[in-house]
Design a protein around this ligand. Sequence first.
Ligand SMILES: C[S@@+](CC[C@H](N)C(=O)[O-])C[C@H]1O[C@@H](n2cnc3c(N)ncnc32)[C@H](O)[C@@H]1O
Length: 280
Amino acid sequence: MKQRNHRLPKERKVPERDKLHGQHFLRDRELILEMIGIAGIRTTDTVVDIGAGAGAITLLLAKKAGKVLAVENDPVLAAALRRRTGELRHITVVEKDFAITRLPQEPFCVVANIPFYMTTAILTRLLDSPAEAFQRAVLIVAHGAAKGFTARRIRSARLLAWRMWFDIKLAKVVPRHRFSPPPSVDAALLHIRRKSSPPVPLQHRARFIALAEYGLRYPDLPIHEALKGIFTPPQLKQLLRAVGANRNDPICRLNERQWGIVFHTMLAHVERHRWPARRK
Ligand SMILES: C[S@@+](CC[C@H](N)C(=O)[O-])C[C@H]1O[C@@H](n2cnc3c(N)ncnc32)[C@H](O)[C@@H]1O
């Protein structure tokens, strides 16, 4: 039996210096304009810049967006940022750890070159509560992390839950030399958008997560093994036909659309007492 695997793709081990600050600054105006373009920022948008540094992204964002919230926890950088943005009343500088920063209540986007060590924590804050105000983002993350979040095989229930309600795409690889100082790995632009028609409606989120946690408790199990506690053999046969998969395919090969079919088939045909409950 393979090891249980409920975790997200591993983040690389980071050197202590990166871990303390994650400070790799962008000097590349073209790349920042490209990020703002991919995010489709308009004058009606509220945009958060997470880890704003001295404002490389903030200042260009301010030309396109209605409001900008620039979050930076390093006091020296935050002071420089305040000096550079002093006249611009639609920019708010928040000198705080992003983990404890209040997010806007109104719909908002994020365009940011984030500290890599916080990647999973940041995505968790943005994507774990899809009922909230976050709409879309273009983030610079480590290339390896971007590959994990967009992988064809979905091995963790949390990543699956994110991808059921948000499209996550790797838009472009960004070589490390485009930062100063360069990080030890290449980076990538991660493009995240709320899905307009998710395969499972938001009201079923908790129930879907229970199914995902159950189904992916051993992500390499064949589908028929992984789901046999929920579906009877005839139900399973019908389900496999509907999702277009083989009974021996590993369950981690199901995509978001196929998981949607598994969920709706469970609601329609399986007795309630067989539906998985959420793990404590
Ligand atoms: C990769 S740099 C990006 C700086 C700037 N946005 C740029 O592109 O040049 C990440 C920034 O995040 C800041 N930072 C690190 N941890 C943070 C945290 N917990 N909360 C807010 N900012 C943080 C660092 O001080 C640094 O300025």
